[in-house]
Ligand binder design. Structure first.
Ligand code: WTA
Length: 638
């Protein structure tokens, strides 16, 4: 008898079929069975993608924190809810039980109320990965305030534009942050950002690095003394199912960031249900997602999904390279982690350092590995599978978006046979469609098209804060009555999906559509290559030609570049065909990345097109300094 929730492939198909044939009955049963409500719903689903308007569980009343905290107190009061692993491995880990987390959230909720925060107010949270981050997120939810977490690596201008977009009344931050061997002056960044933010009346400051900072009288307050005074119970605000829960900003292809708005009941149900099934979570498991809570992955799969299941969720403050490249594996061993969820960029970075960093650690507790955020290339998939999973832990390649709130396409571990680089099949309740350029749905297998979703799911974003029109234009206007993801995908002969990358990354060469991901996969197979990115640039005859940026492993740096170029193009010719050969190959020291680890092809494209005067804002990059050297190197590429 399998210990897992979905026990095998047949069961997945059965449950999937029911979720598609009778979606309302399906989700209603889940809502009835797994959650606590103040009042049940009047209707399960009302929707109209042309407006677009989607409402799940209208009429229901609840508070998400009662589902994440209070109801676990009876049976899981002394179970660890958040297992905090600090940046410094010599600092003790903190095991915060459900009872303690409940008390801390209630105290924080009382502080927010005392500071004048009301239901519906926006609170901006700009904190490192310390327990106060989880506590403040839940405290906002407890009082019905809308949290807007801004990743604590964004610059002051990125922060102020996010604060102003939603008119946040309060900012919660800390004196500073640890990041590996460095410290970051968070409060200084907040001070700079707030020079342009009139809506903010109060700043609450947590102490983390004990630095000497400025406190502005009448605005800034230390958090701890307020918490010490606060009462440790707080009656949760009763929320309507469709009341806003949070805003989370995501970058658009143009213009200012989009404040994706998520609401209460549907988000709770879907993140909880996906967490349980995608990670096959069972009661005593230790689960670790390495993302930052500043991203949707952290919201849904460090905080809400795990806590709604009464799980133990590891929260890591540091980085994978500090004090050395064995840190992730040290944590897995130390806390006996069972599920490990990370990003392909982290896997590639660790793979580049070689396997010697793993060999001293016991990783035998791992049962399930996950990836998210970008297509995982074949080489990284195998490295992860062989060296971390020891060929026994299934890899769930989970495709989803800030906009979708939860995982959309993924294998179910121990049920769905995995296939490298394929996110495989839709999660329960999800109805994907592939569309061609003429807005026709491609219904057969072995096709490639634009990935859309045909039917609402509970955790979809309901709007862009303050700009419903942009929401409609971005997601619901390309294809009638469909949510358009902006991604391309192919469906193989058995119906498995492979995400080929953003549609804006598709390059048409001599009339052939080429996805960047498969070409990059081919390049990355070369044993001297660490990472690569492909962009298009104008070409007299082909329309577009391909420009490849390649970073080399240490072992490749002494190699003859002309030979390497030939070998790379031979690999591409072998894997895809001569049509995908690169016109130009530039070896660079690094690639420009967003804070969440995505390669910024937009910038590389401009450099390849020699439009370096139009790079746009590069200040929010993880490594803005690399751009200058790439421009320099590009001048030598003919
Ligand atoms: C990409 C992250 C391939 C995709 C949860 C999507 C992926 C965008 C995968 C959303 C995956 C995410 N395979 N591509 N498993 N997961 N993506 O909003 O292009 O930060 O549209 O959400 O990341 O990024 P976001």
């Amino acid at each position: 008898m399998s210990q897992y929730h979905i026990k095998n492939f047949e069961e997945y198909f059965q449950v999937y079929k029911k979720s598609i044939n009778q979606p309302e009955i399906f989700w209603e049963e889940i809502a009835e069975e797994h959650f606590v409500w103040h009042k049940k719903w009047d209707s399960v689903l009302e929707w109209d993608f042309s407006k677009p308007e989607v409402k799940w569980f209208e009429g229901a009343q609840l508070n998400i924190t009662e589902n994440c905290l209070d109801r676990h107190l009876a049976n899981r009061g002394i179970k660890t809810a958040i297992l905090f692993e600090p940046n410094d491995p010599n600092e003790d880990a903190e095991h915060i039980t459900y009872k303690q987390l409940h008390a801390r959230v209630c105290k924080f909720a009382n502080v927010l109320k005392d500071q004048g925060i009301q239901k519906g107010d926006r609170v901006c949270i700009y904190l490192p990965m310390i327990p106060e981050l989880t506590v403040s997120v839940l405290a906002c939810a407890r009082i019905g305030a809308i949290h807007s977490v801004v990743f604590a690596g964004f610059s002051s201008s990125a922060l102020s534009s996010r604060i102003n977009d939603c008119d946040a009344k309060m900012v919660i931050t800390s004196d500073g942050a640890y990041r590996g061997a460095k410290t970051i002056d968070l409060k200084g960044i907040v001070d700079e950002a707030l020079e342009d933010c009139e809506s903010v009346k109060t700043v609450l400051v947590a102490k983390r690095i004990q630095s000497d900072i400025n406190m502005k009288a009448g605005r800034d307050q230390w958090l701890q003394p307020l918490l010490d005074e606060a009462y440790q119970d707080f009656k949760a605000e009763v929320m309507e199912a469709e009341d806003p829960l949070f805003i989370l900003y995501t970058s658009g292809s143009t213009g200012k960031p989009k404040g994706m708005l998520h609401t209460t009941a549907g988000y709770m149900i879907y993140t909880a249900y996906t967490f349980k099934n995608v990670f096959q979570y069972t009661e005593d498991d230790i689960y670790w997602c390495t993302a930052d809570i500043g991203w949707i992955t952290g919201h849904s799969y460090i905080v809400y999904g795990p806590l709604a299941n009464g799980a133990t969720s590891v929260m890591f403050e540091g980085v994978p390279s500090h004090p050395d490249y064995g840190r992730f594996w040290d944590i897995v061993q130390k806390h006996k982690v069972n599920q490990f969820y990370t990003a392909p960029t982290a896997i590639r970075a660790l793979a580049k350092q070689g396997t010697s960093w793993l060999k001293d650690y016991d990783l035998s507790t791992l049962k399930i590995l996950g990836t998210v955020g970008e297509p995982i290339n074949e080489e990284a998939w195998h490295w992860y599978n062989d060296n971390v999973g020891n060929n026994k832990s299934p890899i769930v390649d989970t495709w989803w978006q800030t906009e979708t709130g939860g995982i959309m396409i993924t294998p179910i571990p121990y049920a769905t046979p995995t296939k490298p680089t394929y996110a495989t099949l839709p999660f329960i309740g999800i109805q994907p469609a592939l569309m061609d350029e003429n807005s026709k749905e491609l219904t057969e297998n072995q096709v490639q098209g634009r990935l859309c979703i045909k039917f609402p799911w509970p955790s979809m974003a309901r709007t862009i804060w303050g700009n419903h029109e942009r929401y409609r234009d971005t997601y619901f206007s390309a294809f009638k009555n469909m949510y358009f993801t902006g991604d391309g995908a192919l469906r193989d002969e058995v119906g498995y999906y492979r995400i080929t990358g953003r549609v804006d990354d598709v390059i048409i060469v001599s009339g052939h559509n080429l996805g960047t991901a498969p070409i990059e996969d081919a390049i990355n197979e070369h044993q001297a290559v660490a990472e690569s990115a492909i962009v298009g640039f104008p070409h007299d005859i082909k329309g577009n030609a391909l420009y490849g940026y390649v970073t080399l492993k240490d072992s490749g740096e002494s190699r003859n570049h002309d030979n390497l170029r030939k070998e790379i193009n031979q690999l591409i010719t072998d894997r895809i065909g001569p049509i995908a050969k690169l016109e130009k190959i530039q070896f660079s020291a690094g690639l420009p990345k967003t804070r969440s680890g995505k390669i910024m092809r937009r910038i590389l494209r401009k450099i390849a097109c020699q439009e370096t005067d139009q790079l746009g804002d590069i200040s929010t990059l993880l490594n803005p300094e690399v751009v200058e050297s790439i421009i320099e190197e590009s001048k030598a590429i003919l």
